[in-house]
Design a protein around this ligand. Structure first.
Ligand code: ZN
Length: 233
């Protein structure tokens, strides 16, 4: 490879790409050529965790041109101005809303999230690494969970398995709040041009849940096999 290594993972990558060229490229070349000609016009921004078990196209049945995707550790949305030195997430939000005019933004958390686990286990005053600095955008989610003045976000059908799962749910609700604070998002929401969605994907159950705002708090409801997914958060 270009870095002089040719280990197991390099072979695996090359084999996967080669299989794409052989099996899939002939089937999608026409559609990709059209998208290359006409440009992308995705209607959704999908923001989720970098976790390898989340395959965004699989769990949303989407293909080329459908989703503008932002992935980062913990599906976090830094509040406006708090990204200090890296405007990556804010830039993607601005581009998706102001240039691509997406109609919806989904923040998708998932079960067994290592970022949420790390947030829960973080020791105050521990050495700062890039990962720990990044996770500070999840601290408001921890604070939301600790607050006594409102009910926790719930999962339909059962109680959350543990504190990590509770934080995964709470984090989606909190990051949606950060999203609303971004100027382009606030404007598009005021104009009625944008919907926000919260989603939770349970990896072990292969089950998606969508956030519904209820009078008695936030509920993550099962997505059934036959339903029309329209639950603005
Ligand atoms: Zn994760």
């Amino acid at each position: 490879g270009p870095d002089g290594r040719s280990g197991q993972s390099g072979h695996q990558l090359a084999r996967g790409i080669s299989a794409f060229q052989r099996n899939t490229a002939p089937l999608v070349r026409g559609e990709l050529a059209r998208l290359a000609r006409e440009g992308q016009r995705p209607s959704q921004l999908f923001l989720t965790c970098a976790d390898s078990r989340l395959v965004t196209s699989m769990i949303t049945s989407s293909g080329p041109g459908d989703l503008f995707v932002v992935r980062n550790v913990g599906n976090l949305v830094p509040k406006p101005g708090e990204e200090s030195g890296d405007d990556s997430v804010a830039a993607a939000i601005e581009y998706a809303v102001d240039v691509l005019h997406v109609r919806s933004i989904t923040v998708c958390g998932h079960s067994g999230c290592g970022a949420m686990q790390a947030l829960l286990n973080a020791e105050p005053g521990a050495a700062q690494t890039p990962l720990k600095r990044w996770l500070r955008h999840g601290v408001p989610s921890l604070e939301r969970m600790a607050a006594k003045n409102r009910p926790w976000a719930r999962l339909a059908g059962r109680a959350p398995a543990d504190a990590v799962e509770q934080l995964c749910l709470t984090n989606v609700v909190q990051q949606l709040e950060h999203l609303r604070a971004h100027e382009s998002v606030a404007r598009a929401l005021r104009e009625g041009a944008l919907e926000l969605h919260g989603m939770y994907f349970h990896v072990g159950e292969a089950q998606a849940y969508l956030l519904v705002e209820r009078d008695d708090g936030e509920l993550f409801d099962h997505v059934g096999a036959t339903e029309d997914l329209r639950h603005p958060a």
